[in-house]
Write a protein that binds this ligand. Structure first.
Ligand code: PFF
Length: 456
């Protein structure tokens, strides 16, 4: 993203690729599979898909349209539409501040695994307990965290995003192809078919409000919604680029990669654990525990597993970096503008503070394991705070703001500048009624559940 001059993307492909670079990241490859495994497989997938084509479509269209209309980033854009709602911009800007530090913790884990595979440690990484032992260490994960924050900060500081973008245009398709190859391999492991069934066939008895909340938070996170980022991207979009089609393409791209990642991980969990439900509930570590075993298995200890593993973690690292760059860029341009810091100063301070906030998340699996806010590990707690609390709240207020204060017509007119608004009816019903009612119900029931007043 360019911070100073407001350039614009060249045509629809440029826009879609840039937005997809932010959207496709650890959310798709690391987060989606472990949530799908935990929340009932097929039922989670179904709820996710329904949310993506209704709420996801509506919010992404809204954010991009607001950005393109006002030509401004989140805080200024909301202010320009209605002064009373500038607080919404601040609330949205808070989300990346919470996500970025723990995103870097996971990014550091990816760097560690890449190094392990490059240095021929495929076998060691496939051993039971390797991941748990690593994240429980007091110092080493912090080193990887520092390195990951440092690399992201350097790119944001020197603005080599253009170069990163070029590289990721090659890396992304390669990531898709490699993921498909790994998914096909996972599916053909003995015992994996049960996992394919679990992942693809919805079991309605496992439906609950928690499933919806988890799927909704994941959708916002994965598509970089409800945090003002798509507003900024929209502000760079040309007036004649087909807005509605672009939204569709980003959604298909993002959801497609998450879907393949699930196919890569979930069946493998079944094959490697014999369908033990404890394995499905592993949470944040699932990818790091399961995939090394798949890679090791692939080559039967030969070199193949090492090569596939190293290539995979390198590609994931790039996908993660393009996302974390967009996260940090948002924080840097926001703090820099507000506090009148130079870019260098803003980068340095944001990097240091984010590293500082990331430390407890990293240590939460080791020395600080005794700290369990609301029963979560510290990293999961930040993740919960942004995805299950703040993002739904931002999304809710955005819908109400657009539907009842600004008017649906403002967004619809902006979309119509570049094409017919094909799904205007769906958009109107979702933003006016469906989204506000559903989000309120879901938030309410999860709060009541959290307070122990109801059981969901
Ligand atoms: N959408 C990214 C992912 O799925 O990994 C995460 C993310 C990136 C969230 C950038 C927010 C953001 F601004």
């Amino acid at each position: 993203m360019e911070a100073k001059k407001r350039g614009s993307f060249t045509g629809s492909i440029g826009f879609v690729l840039a937005a997809a670079g932010s959207a496709v990241g650890l959310g798709n490859i690391w987060r989606f599979p472990y949530l799908a495994a935990k929340y009932g497989g097929g039922i989670f997938l179904l709820v996710y898909l329904i949310l993506a084509v209704t709420l996801g479509f509506t919010l992404m269209t809204t954010e991009i349209a607001i950005g393109r209309k006002t030509g401004k980033s989140a805080i200024e854009a909301y202010r320009a539409l209605d002064k009373r709602f500038s607080f919404l911009g601040y609330l949205a800007a808070l989300v990346p501040v919470i996500i970025f530090p723990y995103y870097c913790v996971i990014g550091g884990w990816v760097m560690k695994y890449l190094t392990v595979f490059i240095t021929g440690g495929a076998q060691a990484s496939a051993q039971t307990g390797f991941f748990e032992d690593f994240i429980a260490m007091p110092v080493e994960p912090l080193g990887w965290l520092a390195l990951y924050v440092g690399v992201t900060a350097l790119v944001v500081l020197f603005g080599v995003e253009k170069g990163v973008e070029k590289v990721s245009r090659i890396m992304m398709p390669v990531l898709v192809i490699l993921s498909i190859v790994i998914a096909v391999y996972s599916i053909t492991l003995p015992g994996a078919l049960e996992g394919v069934r679990y992942y693809l066939i919805p079991d309605f008895s496992r439906f609950s409000v928690t499933t919806v909340l988890a799927a909704m938070g994941q959708m916002f996170y994965s598509m970089s919604l409800a945090m003002g980022i798509m507003i900024t991207y929209g502000s760079y979009m040309k007036k004649d680029t087909d807005l509605e089609k672009s939204v569709g393409k980003i959604e298909i791209f993002d959801t497609g990669i998450a879907f393949i990642a699930g196919l890569m991980v979930v069946p493998a969990v079944f094959a490697l654990s014999g369908g033990d439900p404890k394995a499905l509930n592993q949470g944040a570590g699932l990818m790091f525990v399961t995939l090394p075993k798949v890679f090791y298995n692939m080559g039967q200890g030969s070199f193949l597993g090492t090569i596939v593993g190293a290539a995979f973690f390198l590609l994931v690292l790039f996908a993660a970096l393009t996302s974390s760059i967009s996260l940090m860029e948002t924080i840097v341009s926001f703090t820099g503008d507000r506090l009148h810091w130079s870019r260098k100063k803003a980068c340095l301070i944001v990097a240091l503070v984010s590293f500082g906030i990331g430390i407890p998340s990293s240590l939460g699996y080791g020395p600080l394991r005794f700290l369990q806010p609301l029963g979560f590990s510290i990293l999961d707690f930040f993740d919960f705070l942004s995805n299950s609390v703040l993002m739904p709240v931002v999304a809710l207020i955005t819908c109400i703001f657009i539907a009842y204060f600004v008017g649906v017509k403002t967004v619809a007119d902006e979309v119509r500048l570049s094409s017919k608004f094909r799904r205007e009816k769906l958009f109107t019903v979702v933003i006016k009624y469906l989204a506000p009612i559903c989000i309120i119900l879901i938030l309410l029931s999860s709060v009541l559940d959290g307070l122990g007043m109801i059981q969901i």
